[in-house]
Design a protein around this ligand. Structure first.
Ligand code: SAM
Ligand code: F3S
Length: 651
């Protein structure tokens, strides 16, 4: 089928290549005519921001809100766009290609390499480079041979595209498919800065009497895997600035740069922040040179308020700015206090993350959340959904394999919603299969799945693709339909159980974990028991349990039917007991069996042992030499089990 379509498209493309190639000029002559800064790899980039006045977008708004995620691109701080390009002979060829792209059968880069009639970009997988729209309307433009004036003009007023999107434009040369790969945003235009009255800025962290003094940072991470991944990115940027991690033997009070990456999912998050930064603020007040950075969800939630409560803070950085720490530190270095919390496109990483693990790596594939669960603060702290392009995700995963990584965990708040914000839309199941077939990548995991988007296709991809681990994390939050409705979860108890049945039918050995909340406003004893019954029915490998915690700017926090703390705590204890019992049973059934374990590290509590995980996500400890076993998948006989782990013997 794939070959058949390829052949048809090739025939359709053959027509255009004869007509159009003569009209093209070589990259070298483009470079000589360029008025912009052109680097040797054919990158067009000018720093002059050229805001366009876009028409109102006609895209559907996010469910239940008046926010349109696509409006972000029209903000005036966008200064340049990175594009890829394909030229095809006819609309019918273009439509066939679009269908293949949509189904995940082809990547844009493959189409460019294989079918494009544009000689200039074909050898670069379609890469046009960075395009600044200033002067796009002149006829003697360096991009003329790739994108004629009519197309540049259309692109300049197009507000509908955001990174990852592909659109079709027609000119006298044929049909052009253009992918917007990335957007360059002027960060300083999007952040508030305040000139400091004191001189205690980042620059003064350099001792004037010893300007060559090595600077050290400490970075504390609270919360979920997303925060861990953001922290690894921030570490990468700090080390790129030659600021090194504080040696473990040095006290945190000797750090020159202090970063706290915060989580606001449960209560008292703000208090934790103030008590953590308090001692460093004191150091600063007593004249020590230290820069204090508050990142993550509390930073986004509190914004400028953090500077008011703690004037010693230098930089408040929302999760969407984790990639921009380096740029923002420059502002701090210039003597400003900076608050970077405005919604923002998350640009592709310019700096490599400094990963903590040598075997397993986190890879973000979708940022933000478009859901509006009545209890949850995440949509207001992490912004709207933004899927990365399949090309950039695959590139990152292949790079990790080359660096020696064996396992990637794909990250997203609702990972199964991947691609629905892209144009054309893409499916998570297709992406999973593509990543699962990268040579040398032994294991692929993914978190977190939302029951609303969990499709049969995802279960099939897990079942069919050997390297994709048989492990699912699917929060259910409650076993009561009434509570689920009030939470605004978009799924019922039945729908959730159907997903579990499908998984267990196709992949009986799959590990299944989840999240649940007890004591949601209005939850009765009977509704809580429905949750216990659901857990009895499924018997999870583990459930992250939490008592409902009212969060600022969330609807449920305002409701008058709050459940008493005593009742919440009592329900939490009961659900924890059941969870422990199931976790224990699920692991006990594995004793006597054999498992394939990817060895990650030494067991810090017992140096004779190493540990790793099975495909289903179960942690296994066994005796062995880490130097020999690290990063290897080995057969282990399971000899004993406890509540959350297994013990075994190397076969
Ligand atoms: N996107 C995931 C989903 O809905 O399937 C959940 C992500 S959320 C960051 C992680 C977990 O935190 C949720 O599944 C929920 O159980 C818990 N959580 C979120 N808000 C909470 C609140 N206000 N009180 C208690 N737990 C909360
Ligand atoms: Fe999103 Fe939070 Fe619900 S992350 S899916 S709003 S639990």
């Amino acid at each position: 089928m794939r070959l058949h379509l390829f052949a048809r498209i090739l025939l359709l493309c053959a027509a255009v290549s004869n007509i159009t190639t003569d009209a093209f000029i070589s990259p070298a002559s483009i470079l000589s005519r360029s008025k912009l800064h052109l680097s040797s790899d054919f990158t067009l980039y000018s720093k002059t921001p050229t805001p366009s006045t876009p028409p109102t977008p006609s895209y559907p708004t996010l469910r239940g809100t008046s926010t349109d995620s696509r409006q972000i691109v029209s903000q005036t701080s966008t200064s340049a766009y990175r594009l890829r390009h394909v030229l095809l002979a006819s609309e019918s060829a273009a439509e066939e290609v679009m269908t293949l792209l949509k189904n995940g059968k082809l990547l844009f880069t493959e189409v460019a390499r294989t079918f494009s009639a544009c000689e200039i970009t074909r050898s670069k997988d379609g890469e046009v480079g960075w395009f600044d729209f200033s002067g796009h309307d002149v006829s003697d433009h360096p991009l003329d041979p790739i994108l004629p004036l009519s197309i540049r003009s259309e692109l300049a007023v197009s507000t509908s595209m955001k990174p990852g999107d592909i659109e079709m434009f027609t000119s006298e040369r044929g049909v052009h498919l253009i992918q917007l790969v990335d957007v360059m945003v002027d960060v300083s235009a999007k952040t508030k800065t305040r000139q400091r009255s004191d001189a205690n800025t980042w620059s003064t962290a350099v001792d004037p009497s010893n300007p060559k003094k090595q600077l050290y940072y400490t970075l504390e991470t609270m919360g979920c895997q997303m925060n861990i991944a953001d922290s690894e990115r921030m570490s990468g940027q700090l080390q790129n600035l030659n600021i090194l991690p504080l040696p473990p033997t040095s006290p945190s009070s000797s750090a020159d740069v202090v970063v706290l990456n915060t989580c606001s999912i449960r209560d008292h998050a703000e208090q934790k922040v103030y008590s953590y930064i308090g001692p460093h603020a004191k150091r600063k007040r007593s004249g020590e040179s230290v820069s204090i950075i508050v990142a993550g969800c509390v930073a986004e939630q509190e914004g400028e308020q953090l500077l008011r409560r703690c004037p010693e803070v230098d930089l408040v950085l929302g999760p969407q700015y984790a990639n921009r720490l380096g740029d923002l530190l420059e502002d701090v270095n210039n003597g400003n206090q900076v608050v970077a919390t405005e919604p923002e496109f998350i640009i592709e990483d310019i700096t490599k993350p400094k990963r903590d693990n040598k075997v397993c790596a986190w890879v973000n594939i979708i940022y933000g959340c478009n859901e509006r669960c009545a209890f949850c603060i995440v949509p207001s702290t992490r912004g709207v959904e933004q899927s990365r392009t399949a090309e950039s995700i695959l590139e990152e995963c292949k790079g990790l394999v080359q660096e020696g990584y064996k396992e990637v965990t794909l990250l997203g708040q609702n990972i199964d919603a991947y691609g629905r914000d892209l144009s054309p839309k893409r499916k998570f199941s297709d992406l999973l299969s593509m990543i699962g077939s990268i040579p040398g990548l032994e294991r692929v995991r993914f978190v977190t799945s939302h029951p609303r988007y969990m499709s049969d296709g995802v279960v099939d991809a897990v079942a069919d693709c050997e390297s994709v681990c048989n492990s699912f994390h699917i929060p259910f939050q409650s076993g009561s339909d009434k509570v689920l409705r009030e939470m605004g979860r978009g799924h019922t108890r039945r729908k959730y159980l159907n997903i579990i049945e499908k998984i267990r039918r196709k992949i009986p050995e799959a590990g299944i974990t989840a999240d649940v909340i007890v004591g949601f406003p209005g939850e009765t004893e009977g509704e809580f028991e429905d949750t216990l019954k659901l857990m009895e029915e499924v018997k999870f490998d583990n459930v992250n349990t939490a008592a409902y915690s009212p969060r600022p700017n969330t609807p449920a926090a305002e409701w008058t039917n709050q459940v008493d703390d005593d009742v919440k705590n009592e329900r939490l204890q009961r659900i924890n007991k059941l969870n422990l019992q199931h976790a224990k049973e699920r692991r006990a059934r594995m004793v006597g069996g054999f498992e394939k374990v990817l060895v990650e590290s030494r067991n810090v509590k017992n140096p004779k042992q190493v540990f790793g995980r099975t495909g289903g996500g179960y942690v296994v400890y066994f005796e062995g030499e880490i130097g020999e076993l690290e990063g290897k998948i080995v057969d282990v006989k399971i000899t004993a089990s406890s509540t959350y782990s297994l013990t075994g013997e190397l076969c």
